[in-house]
Every structure is written in structure tokens, then in C-alpha cells.
Ligand binder design. Sequence first.
Ligand SMILES: [Zn+2]
Ligand SMILES: [Zn+2]
Length: 302
Amino acid sequence: MLSVRFWGDRGSIPCPGPATVKFGGNTSCLEIRADERLIIVDLGTGVRPLGESLMATDLKKNGVIDADIFITHTHWDHIMGFPVFTPIFIPGTKIRIYGPVSFEDDTLESIISAQLSYRYWPVRASELAAHIEYNQIRETSLDLGGGLTVSTKYLNHPILCLGYRFEYQGTSIVTAYDHEPFRNLFPTDPADPSYNEEAACEGELAAAEENEKILRFIHDANILIHDTQYTEAEYARHLGWGHSSYEWAISTAAQANVKKLVFFHHDPARTDDQLEELEKGYCTANRNMEIMMAREGLVVET
Ligand SMILES: [Zn+2]
Ligand SMILES: [Zn+2]
């Protein structure tokens, strides 16, 4: 069985404090389990408490921590927890890190391990006890063995960002953050001096095609974890920032026949009270689909 536990659900920057205790203040980190097998998605600050939990569970039980870690993209909120992930200091730990890079001369290893240099941190990457393997990936499908597969899809974000689709024993968990709808980048108003009818039509078609590809990627997912940093009204003021609205996530998930939709990548400025209000409004918006707000500690099974 596939399951996901949320250790960090915030976008952009950690936001601890009395106003965020219910939903949590840590940035992106998911613990996915395919039965016993461990998959981690993103190394946001939520990976610190996950690391402590693994020390008490996997290390005790198996004598070793073994994980496949998938990074959606290298924005800081998605990698900043790595230096405090305790298993990297434990001999015997085996981790394989997968993720995309936007510029080939910046390797995945150099971006992530640069955080462990004396400029930023008292321990250097070369001093880590764990065995760490880096794999730069793009749009692809990988067989992870034991019946577990993952496929990836380019999302719409200011840098190269991947959605992940994990499949195991006929069930699936899909991530689609940090992401916003693809849209026409050419002017569509004939009154605009730079309006060009042909370009406007092509732009519409290209955007529709890319959004269609996302629909196919998430189709029939048991669990979809989707970006919902904004409401639709807020999104109108943040076009091009690379994040979606609740409305978009619901309509996309419904069209794709998703079973369970989880709202994710909450705006760091959003308080518990505000998220509860949004939860009341949006989590009942579709009868055929279970909809929930990610919060630290939430576990969802396929
Ligand atoms: Zn982010
Ligand atoms: Zn980002």
C-alpha cells in the first residue's frame, strides 16, 4: 500500500509561531511509504523532524536508513532542511537523491551540497558519513524495483520543476507543486498595440496543450498533492509566480478523476484561522472527491 505523511506543507519560508501551530510552519517535505520502503519528496525544513522519526523507527528496526529522495526543484524552501537531516551523519545511511536542474553546469550535487560549506554551515559535505548518490533527471520514467515506479512531468514554475507520479500495486500518489496553469503569453486583446492574431491563437493552443498534458499525468490518481498557495482572486495578482489557486486545483483534479485531493504549499502568511476558513469553503466543493488541507502529521492512504 502507498501512503503519504506530511512533515512540511508551507511554501517559500518556514513560519513558526502561535498562529501556525495547527497546520505547521515547516516547508515542503513528504514521507511516502510503499509498504516498508521509504521515499522522501523534498528536503524542506520538515525533513528535520522526519529525520528524528527515522532514527527512532527505521534505524532501530533495520539497523540502517535507506531512502530514495526526490527533489521537485532546487528553490531554497525545498532543499534548506538537508543540513539538519540527521541520517546524513550516520554511517551506513544510503540515500539516492533525484531531481532536476535548470542549468547543466550547476549540478544537483553542487546545488544541494553547497549548503554544507563553511560559509553557511559548520560541517562540510565531504565530512558526511552517509553514502549519497545524486541523479539528475528530467521528464522520465524510472523503475525503482520491487514493483515501485515513478514518472515525472515538467510543471509551470520559474525554474525547472518536476511533478512526480509514484505507482505501486495499482495505486498512485502524484505531486503537482510548485505549479501554476500554463497560459497564453501573447496579448489576446485586439486593442493591444502588440496584438498579433496568429501568435495569440498559437499561444492559446500551446497553453491548452500543456494543461492537457498535466491532466493526463494526474489522471486517476488515488492521491493528488496540488499547489494551492492562492485563492483565485489572489492568483490574479500573482500571475507568473508559479503557484496555483484552490479553484484551479479542484477543477483540474475533478476533470482528471482524482480520488483524494490534498491542498499543499500554503502561503507562509496564512494563519491557522485563515486556513480553517478556506478549508470550510473549499474542502466540500466537490462531492465525488475527498478534499483535504495538508497539515503537519496528516497521513493519507491510497
Ligand atoms: Zn516552493
Ligand atoms: Zn519554487
